[in-house]
Ligand binder design. Structure first.
Ligand code: F6P
Length: 549
């Protein structure tokens, strides 16, 4: 047994889950008219309804007891005060400091992080203004019209998700593009319509060693120099965001064009740092600050609220309940706002790279499932694709439904149709429809007995499928900042509950190392490394076709 499964509260929840598996949410709703009030929360413009989960007051009480047994409040304090809670990399975890504009000093290892953050924000502000006002000019004296962010993972997903979500707030001063894939098709497609004289590149890489990003950055530099015929043009068209200034300088980026980031900011939590530069360039610095302020409001809520009233804590406890105790293996993220179309891809990295692990803080293999796989799509599109599975498959997939009262782009007659679906789906997933109801319905429609006997079993929806509803007023920089922060703190809380090191990502290293080795084989005839039979034959086939085409 591991430390977690030895806890009395954990064992109580295991037994309680066995009993709850026989319950149906329809009965729980019927027995309690106050269920919504009991299991919902309003914070900073977010209404969070978690009443459509297979929970009772006892379940929640037991989960809060578990959270206290796991010393969640103490871990929260450690994070906010800069203790080195990223144990395997011996680093503090302080993305919350990036959005704290209070100016009160935060001293970590003798350094005042608040000062560092504020001066980095000033640098972002000044640069953003220069580019957006046309003071920053390209090599031929033309103003910048297009910005290409080159980065991958946390150096791409956060900024891209946010610029997509907030594109209706852009004044189109500049057009922002993203290149993350080392597949040359992407950078070729992005660069094709662009004018090198008016294009600015941001090379975003915390480590400045990521092969995909370095390869794309080299291609971009060649593209620029092929037009400028002068390497000095690079200084006017390339800036970098990195914690590795040495590598960025060696790569050819001028020191004054490098924006700092720090080892206490994890890549997947970094959009609040200069990694968010494309957001500030697209929307203007003021809107970038609003995004940070929205996140800070949720930071304060998470830091100061008791667990029972704490939205991200409850989100994490429900995920633990549904996955670790009730056995679901995946979770769907279903935004009903078109602007949030990249949210599930973003949360995939945030949650799965953070907590998709099976060894605890002490290096022991855990004896419980950790986090679910995260997947999803814009809800309405999902309804016509995979919702069949959500409603009637054997697997229960808990889902987060995220929607807004107002559309960012109101078009007559659309939003109520959208939101009618939003509300209907959680109702259907929870309530379902039993065979008696199906039979009565078919009979009322005048169907023959033979038809009813054939079709009825196929039309049964068991329901009892857990959903959370997050209802915002409207997508805007502040609310989006808050929404992202809610999930960030949910992820932190899950890590503490599961005793998982949430802030490293060793699992991506093995494949990276092997790819470097195989790349030599693909590009040099005299290199051949030992592999398993399958990999050897695949490489052989690739090289053979390539050589003969
Ligand atoms: O995929 C692994 C990873 O290290 C992520 O954690 C990170 O966000 C991404 O690669 C990019 O890393 P970097 O910013 O150092 O290029």
């Amino acid at each position: 047994m591991t430390a977690r499964t030895k806890l009395q509260s954990w064992q109580h929840l295991t037994n309680h889950a066995d009993k709850m598996k026989d319950e149906h949410m329809n009965d729980l709703f019927a027995a309690d008219e106050q269920r919504f009030n009991r299991f919902s929360l309003k914070v900073s413009g977010f209404l969070f309804d978690y009443s459509k989960n297979l929970i009772t007051a006892e379940t929640m009480q037991s989960l809060f007891t578990l959270a206290r047994d796991c010393h969640l409040e103490e871990w929260r304090e450690k994070m906010f005060t800069g203790e080195r809670i990223n144990q395997t990399e011996d680093r503090a975890v302080l993305h919350v400091a990036l959005r704290d504009r209070s100016k009160s000093p935060l001293i970590v290892d003798g350094e005042n992080l608040t000062e560092m953050v504020n001066s980095a924000l000033e640098q972002i502000n000044a640069f953003t203004q220069r580019v957006r006002t046309g003071e920053w000019l390209g090599y031929s004296g033309k103003r910048i019209s297009d910005v290409v962010n080159i980065g991958v993972g946390g150096s791409n997903l956060g900024p891209q998700m946010v610029t997509e979500a907030l594109k209706h707030y852009s004044d189109n001063c500049v057009n922002v593009h993203y290149v993350s894939n080392v597949d040359g098709t992407q950078i070729a497609d992005v660069l094709r319509p662009l004018d090198p004289e008016k294009t600015l590149f941001i090379i975003s890489s915390k480590t400045f060693t990521t092969t995909e990003t370095m390869t794309n950055a080299q291609t971009a530099m060649k593209w620029l120099v092929a037009s400028a015929f002068d390497e000095n043009a690079i200084a006017k068209h390339f800036v970098a965001v990195s914690a590795n200034k040495e590598n960025a300088t060696k790569f050819g980026i001028k020191e004054e064009n490098i924006f700092d980031m720090w080892d206490w900011v994890g890549g997947r939590f970094s959009l609040w740092s200069a990694i968010g530069l494309p957001i500030a360039l697209d929307l203007g610095f003021d809107k970038f600050i609003e995004l940070l302020e929205g996140a800070h409001e949720i930071d304060q809520h998470f830091y100061n609220s008791p667990l029972e009233q704490n939205m991200p804590v409850i989100m994490a406890l429900l995920s633990l309940w549904n996955c670790t105790f009730l056995g679901s293996q995946s979770q769907a993220i279903l935004p009903y706002d078109q602007p949030l179309h990249m949210l599930s891809a973003y949360l995939q990295q945030a949650e799965m790279e953070s907590n998709g692990k099976s060894v605890n803080w002490f290096g022991e293999t855990v004896d419980y499932p950790t986090v679910p796989s995260i997947w999803g799509e814009i809800g309405i599109n999902g309804q016509h694709a995979f919702y069949q599975y959500l409603h009637q498959s054997n697997n229960v997939v808990p889902a987060d439904f995220i929607g807004s009262v107002e559309s960012t782009t109101p078009v007559q007659g659309h939003h109520d149709t959208l939101m009618a679906n939003f509300f209907a789906q959680t109702e259907a997933l929870m309530g379902g429809v039993n065979e008696t109801q199906v039979r009565e319905d078919l009979k009322a429609k005048g169907r023959t007995q033979e038809y009813i006997d054939n079709v009825a079993p196929h039309k049964v929806h068991k329901g009892n499928r857990p959903t959370n509803t997050i209802l915002m007023n409207r997508i805007e920089p502040r609310s989006l900042g808050g929404l992202i922060a809610l999930y960030e703190h949910k992820i932190f809380t899950q890590g503490v509950l599961l005793q998982i090191c949430s802030f490293d990502q060793w699992g991506v290293e093995l494949g990276k190392g092997l790819a470097n080795r195989i790349q030599q084989e693909l590009t040099q005839d005299d290199v051949s490394n030992p592999h398993d039979n399958s990999t050897s034959e695949l490489i052989k086939h690739y090289k053979h076709i390539k050589a003969n085409s």
